[in-house]
Design a protein around this ligand. Structure first.
Ligand code: 0A1
Ligand code: ZN
Length: 879
């Protein structure tokens, strides 16, 4: 990278240059105030590049008060300031640079850098530095490969800011002569500046003692505002579980004397892994039985674990540059998925992960915003915190872990930590450590990191009765994506079994005559290959891509009868569900084509409805087996995309199933909720999931009777999971009780922003054209606030991303509403604006009437966008 980057050009991976300057130590002093904060930074700098190279430090929106080099104040001619930072041309090879800057946290609505959460009177101050927020706090080489040791001193009025937190271990606190409180923090671990954090304000604390497997005593503390502190217990339990799990499964212990988490209602993302001081969106930290759904509990556990796991994958070993973002994120999502599966059900967790991949990542990979897991260029890095980097990235790590096996994976990870602890690494470093620890060459997987798009895997099987062999032919193809016209073949691991007529796996033997196994993994390395199994009976069915062994779309040409067989007999829980999904997709395709009497529809209905009578199926899995793929997945099967038609076709499937199961699901619902106490154990959660599904089907079979029960459950159910499910059904089916129930809910939870967000979100998704007017009214409601990301996501993103009927209303009113909001939001919070704008990416696929309208909206917005984040998303959307 040149000394001073040119902001007009995208940043390119191939132009990476090591930093010209290193920072050995950072000494920060903050004089904190809501409207005025002063930051003194003393950087111990060391030249790392060629002699004579100037020093450039990033800095944005900072008012420079003073500057001195080795104690000597600099004359204005000795440095240059512009809107991106500070340049000092004449530098010795080593020096201490002291800058003093001032900022106003109260006006920082972008929520990056130092900002205010809540009101000036009662709120608190906090920071968000990933990816490039530290440059809004002080002048610094804001890039992840500059690792330094930090000492942070905070000073503030103790009445307004009794709690003063920063990274690392506490290193003293006291009162100054002027009555102000000071607190010093010392972080012994070198870190990049994106992991810096501070928090100051009036907060309550929940505390617990923990002793690591290495014998270190650690104090765990969760801080929240007074009205929220009694909802932090579940997160604390989850944190302990995550810490133990990382010790047991990866041999990784915590490395400071304290571990702190802080909850805020004002946060752009889910949470942030700052060293020793995680900051959480309160939505993913607070939980209590009266207000949290089972999904909420699962999310809290998963995100607490995710941020904690970053301590090793992200913090101790960080990323060389932001192109390597998936090195920490894909790996940490994978570790979190392993943990969550261990805490609950492996099959259900895998289903959930694959659903997310198909609903969010596959569409991203098929549209104008497609990018590789490791992009090779970016204009605005904040736009790359995507499903591809996170979730497809996790799938790549899963394939690597699967390739090495449990012992090899652990060996490889140990090697990765041993080699790169305290360093900033690359994807190549990761593959080299994993591979060399196991004496295998994993470099073939680099193509997965570099190539965008979801590969299509075509499979066909042939049985040769005369020779008793079965040959599986596999072919792969990846369609072009923006900027990548030609695709290379990828290594695709396919886990498979061949089943007999009773669903039992047949013994598999390869031509090289190893011992027979019931399941194996074949790896397709080229565009196509054939794999032959010998000495085998004729299989009834092939069970392919078990556990979703690679992030691909499979086309195996199975008919409805084959899939129905797999739904009935497949022993692998995930693939059983997958067969039900594929069967529903076949049925959906027939409905969409207008063939409402097609056999596939009947086969799907009879096959999955029969499962209701099978007591051996675990309730939550049954709920999933009874649910057709989400509309966002099915949307991909409609070309050109007619959102209303997709919604109607899926609804037709739901109604067809409901007609056959009506009485049974009503009875089952009654049994399931009879003993309901709201307990949090897995079995209770599993029953509630099925209860929700049964009520949904019943609502379609007998709306009058079901709505009466739903209205009662919405008011009285002893848990939020059921209440919310019932309220959602009432509202989404336009039941006569809906408005009163919505009113009751809003009144009951008026003081709880997290629960009120659920109320906003469920109304945003009402599948009726009139929802546009409802969303417009909610946007004008005094409870709505464009400055609060959670509320923006709850109302506007839920509407744009999930409401096929109203957002895509053929008159364009839904598009106009979002366009209008985006113009205003861009000036407030570019991160939130560009995340909302990413929902517009599908315009090109739409049928012509809607396409013209949405395209015009996107073009107007692109012309009006002022932030680099929003401009970048819209430019790529239109390209
Ligand atoms: N590293 C965090 C995600 C995160 C990214 C950017 C943020 O601010 C713009 C905040 C959080 C994680 O993976 O949890
Ligand atoms: Zn993360």
């Amino acid at each position: 990278m040149p000394a001073k980057p040119d902001r007009e050009l995208p940043v390119l991976l191939r132009e990476y240059r090591p930093p010209a300057w290193r920072v050995d130590h950072v000494d920060l002093e903050f004089d904190l105030g809501i409207h005025r904060t002063r930051v003194d930074a003393r950087l111990t700098l060391r030249r790392a590049g060629p002699a004579g190279e100037p020093l450039f430090l990033d800095g944005e929106g900072l008012r420079l008060v003073s500057i001195a080099l080795d104690g000597r104040p600099l004359d204005v001619t000795e440095y240059r300031l512009d809107e991106h930072g500070l340049t000092i041309a004449q530098m010795p090879d080593g020096a201490v640079l002291h800058t003093c800057v001032e900022l106003d946290p109260s006006t920082n609505s972008a929520l990056q850098g130092l900002y205010l959460s809540g009101t000036p009177e009662h709120g608190f101050l906090l920071t968000q530095c990933e990816a490039e927020g530290f440059r809004r706090i002080t002048f610094f080489p804001d890039r992840p490969d500059v690792l330094a040791r930090y000492t942070t001193t905070l000073r503030a009025d103790p009445a307004r800011f009794p709690i003063l937190l920063a990274n690392g271990n506490p290193a003293g606190t006291g009162l100054l002569d002027d009555g102000r409180l000071w607190a010093r923090w010392d972080d012994p671990h070198p870190k990049p500046c994106y992991l810096f954090a501070l928090v100051a304000g009036r907060l309550e604390v929940l505390e617990r003692a923990f002793v690591t497997a290495e014998g270190r005593a650690v104090t765990l503390r969760i801080y929240a505002e007074a009205d929220a502190i009694d909802r932090c217990g579940y997160a604390m339990d989850a944190l302990e579980r995550a810490m133990r799990w990382d010790e047991e499964h990866y041999g990784r212990c915590y490395d400071l004397d304290v571990f702190h988490i802080v909850a805020t209602h004002d946060f752009n993302m889910g949470a942030m892994e700052n060293k020793g001081l995680n900051i959480f969106n309160a939505k993913y930290l607070l939980a209590d039985p009266a207000r949290s759904t089972d999904d909420d509990y699962r999310h809290v556990e998963a995100i607490v674990a995710h941020e904690y796991f970053h301590n090793w994958t992200g913090n101790r070993v960080t990323c060389r540059d932001w192109f390597q973002l998936s090195l920490k994120e894909g790996l940490t999502v994978f570790r979190e998925q392993q943990f969550s599966a261990d805490m609950g059900s492996h099959v259900l967790k895998r289903i959930e992960d694959v659903q997310l991949l198909r609903r969010a990542q596959f569409p991203e990979d098929a549209g104008p915003l497609a990018h590789p897991v490791r992009p090779d260029r970016y204009s605005a890095i904040d736009n790359f915190y995507t499903a591809t980097v996170y979730d497809k990235g996790a799938e790549l790590v899963r394939m690597l872990a699967g390739r090495l096996g449990p012992a090899g994976w652990r060996r490889g990870m140990d090697e990765y930590f041993a080699r790169h602890d305290g360093e900033a690494a690359t994807v190549e470093d990761f593959l080299a450590a994993l591979g060399e620890a196991n004496e295998v060459d994993l470099r073939g997987y680099l193509v997965w990191y570099a190539q965008a798009g979801t590969p299509q895997l075509l499979a066909s099987g042939r049985y040769d009765a005369a020779h008793r062999t079965y040959t599986l032919e596999l072919r792969q193809h990846t369609a072009p994506t923006p900027g990548q016209d030609v695709k290379q073949p990828l290594p695709v691991p396919v886990r498979l079994a061949l089943l007999d007529a009773g669903g039992q796996p047949l013994p598999l033997r390869g031509a090289s005559a190893q011992a027979a196994v019931s399941e194996c993994v074949v790896e397709l390395r080229d565009a196509q290959a054939a794999f032959t199994f010998v000495d085998i009976d004729r299989p009834r069915a092939a069970s392919l891509l078990r556990g979703f062994s690679a992030p691909v779309r499979v086309e195996a040409g199975f008919g409805a009868d084959d899939l129905a067989f797999l739904v009935r007999h497949e022993s692998d829980g995930f693939n059983r569900w997958e067969a039900a999904q594929q069967l529903a997709r076949l049925a959906f395709d027939r409905v969409l084509a207008g063939d409402l009497r097609a056999a596939e529809i009947g086969v799907w209905v009879s096959t999955v409805s029969a499962l209701l009578d099978d007591n051996r199926v675990e309730p939550a899995l049954l709920a999933e087996l009874l649910t057709p793929p989400d509309a966002l997945e099915l949307a991909e099967r409609c070309e050109p995309f007619d959102p209303a038609a997709v919604y109607r076709a899926r609804e037709f499937l739901e109604k067809s199933l409901a007609q056959v199961t009506g009485a049974r699901v009503a009875a089952r619902h009654g049994q399931l909720v009879e003993a309901e106490q709201g307990a949090l154990d897995g079995a209770s959660q599993s029953r509630r999931r099925l209860a929700g599904r049964c009520l949904g089907l019943w609502m379609r079979a007998d709306p009058t009777a079901a709505a009466e029960v739903a209205a009662r459950r919405a008011a009285q159910a002893p848990n939020m999971t059921e209440r919310l499910a019932a309220l959602t059904l009432l509202a989404h089916h336009g039941a006569p009780q809906a408005e009163a129930a919505l009113g009751d809910f809003a009144a009951r939870y008026a003081d709880d922003p997290i629960t009120l967000d659920k109320w906003f979100a469920l109304q945003a998704q009402i599948p009726a054209e009139a929802a546009v007017e409802r969303v417009a009214a909610l946007r004008a409601d005094s409870r709505f606030n464009l400055r609060n990301p959670n509320r923006v996501y709850a109302l506007l993103r839920a509407f744009a991303a999930r409401n096929l009927v109203a957002f895509h209303r053929p008159d364009g009113a839904g598009y106009a509403l979002i366009e209008d909001c985006l113009v205003e939001l861009d000036a407030i919070n570019p991160t939130t604006a560009s995340r909302l704008a990413a929902t517009l990416k599908d315009w090109k696929r739409l049928e012509p009437t809607r396409r013209v309208l949405l395209q015009a909206s996107v073009e107007r917005l692109a012309a009006a966008a002022t932030s680099p984040d929003l401009a970048d998303i819209l430019r790529r959307t239109l390209a």
